[in-house]
Design a protein around this ligand. Structure first.
Ligand SMILES: NC(=O)c1ccc[n+]([C@@H]2O[C@H](COP(=O)([O-])OP(=O)(O)OC[C@H]3O[C@@H](n4cnc5c(N)ncnc54)[C@H](O)[C@@H]3O)[C@@H](O)[C@H]2O)c1
Length: 264
């Protein structure tokens, strides 16, 4: 039987770890040739494991904040692979602070890793898709685009920017046959979440901090990266053929809940 993404070239940014690694594995398992882009060399291990499992993948080491580096990567993809069909823009970083605690340098660090990297990736990738008159893109935003926890000014603003970017891209490129959607995950058990647990509760048991965050989601737990990757695969597939400009919450009910408790 022909696999869903057979013959497609998929690019996953931030594919070395967490949600991106799960997405790379999920797309490869459905037949895509997956290009893992990351500045972390762990991306080579993800690509290697995909190949070992019988899939097709390659890792390219790149800092996605560098325009010349991103341009070179997509020139290479056009030259060697005939361009790309699917894109998961997922690389990002988390930083903490209220506005008074957020230096302009930190603000710029977050915006360049989360927003400028996505802009640059889309700038070079969507041109290639537009020439093919086909393509699909998913951008990883966050629930923090819609509701902020305390002390995440730069991160929340960056994720809001990605939702607005998603809508603008979707409107501009629908006529090119390209669909662009975003996902808004709640807490997902990844190296980033474990780093956050260490930052907000230094010295505490990491698993307990994550279980506590899980309890704030109506489903009572955080997500596994594979649960997020499943939604990415759906949005990139022909099964989502009339969906563009949307934001899919993958949050275990987190944003549906008002923090009002009745006396029991
Ligand atoms: N984990 C969560 O709870 C959660 C929730 C909502 C949204 N998100 C978002 O999901 C995405 C993936 O998060 P994750 O939890 O898997 O994080 P992660 O830290 O585990 O993985 C992120 C990857 O992005 C890469 N990356 C970051 N900046 C880069 C750059 N400039 N160039 C190249 N690679 C870069 C990192 O090296 C890393 O491999 C992020 O955009 C994050 O904001 C995560």
């Amino acid at each position: 039987m022909e696999r869903e993404f057979g013959g497609k070239v998929a690019v996953v940014t931030g594919g070395a770890k967490g949600i991106g690694a799960a997405s790379a594995r999920r797309l490869a398992a459905a037949g895509a040739t997956v290009v893992v882009l990351d500045q972390d060399q762990a991306g080579a291990k993800v690509a290697g494991e995909i190949v070992q499992a019988g899939g097709q993948s390659r890792f390219i080491s790149v800092d996605l904040r560098s325009e010349s580096a991103v341009a070179d990567v997509f020139d290479g993809i056009a030259r060697d692979m005939g361009g790309l069909d699917l894109l998961h823009c997922n690389a990002g970083i988390q930083r903490y602070g209220k506005v008074t605690e957020t230096s302009f340098a930190l603000w710029n660090e977050v915006f360049s890793a989360n927003v400028s990297s996505t802009f640059l990736t889309c700038h070079y990738a969507i041109g290639q898709m537009a020439r093919k008159k086909a393509g699909a893109v998913v951008i990883t935003a966050s629930v923090q685009a819609f509701a902020a926890q305390a002390g995440v000014v730069a991160y929340a603003a960056s994720k809001g920017a990605l939702v607005a970017l998603t809508r603008a891209l979707a409107v501009d490129h629908a006529s090119d046959g390209i669909r662009i959607n975003a996902i808004a995950p709640g807490s997902v058990d990844t190296p980033m979440l474990r780093w956050s647990a260490e930052v907000v509760a230094p010295g505490a048991d990491e698993d307990e901090v994550i279980q506590e965050w899980g309890r704030s989601h109506p489903m009572g737990r955080v997500a596994r990266p594979e649960e997020v990757a499943e939604v990415v695969a759906f949005l990139l597939s022909a099964r989502a053929s009339f969906i563009t400009g949307s934001v899919y919450r993958v949050d275990g009910g987190l944003l549906s809940q008002l923090p009002v408790r009745l006396p029991s």
